[in-house]
Design a protein around this ligand. Structure first.
Ligand code: ZN
Length: 140
């Protein structure tokens, strides 16, 4: 479960690249932003300058509905970083958004052994520090 005590946040934090700054800025405003191609309408994540559908560099950042399904997941029963020690078991999932883009995140708000593929989830925003918000997903 998310830790409400920001001062105690001891996990690795994302280091935005120039391509992903809009994504992290959006998350901070509790908006899930993904890219959409102006040429072929493909939505994608993670951020990149080139559309995976057609190779165009012409795209916009758009707000996802935040709804999707669990495409695939793994359950971690071992902490590979000190910061996760108190959270095992936890779920790392590929969530397929309604728009078609897939995003790697955590499924929270449910026991790890209850997560299944194709379950409906929606985004929630975990403000882990003053500067960083992590989009995560919970069951609908
Ligand atoms: Zn395209």
């Amino acid at each position: 479960m998310p830790d409400d005590s920001n001062a105690e946040y001891s996990r690795a934090l994302p280091l935005p690249s120039p391509d992903s700054v809009p994504f992290w800025d959006g998350a901070k405003e509790h908006k899930l932003l993904i890219q959409k191609c102006r040429n072929c309408a493909t939505h994608w994540h993670p951020p990149s300058t080139i559309c995976p559908g057609c190779g165009s560099r012409d795209n916009d950042w758009v707000e996802s509905s935040g709804r999707g399904t669990v495409f695939s997941f793994v359950t971690y029963h071992r902490a590979y970083h000190e910061g996760w020690k108190g959270d095992i078991p936890y779920v790392v999932a590929v969530v397929e958004l309604e728009e078609g883009a897939r995003i790697l995140s955590n499924v929270v708000g449910i026991a790890a052994d209850q997560v299944v593929c194709d379950m409906n989830v929606e985004v929630m925003f975990d403000d882990v520090t003053e500067d960083v918000t992590l989009p995560k997903f919970r069951p609908v």
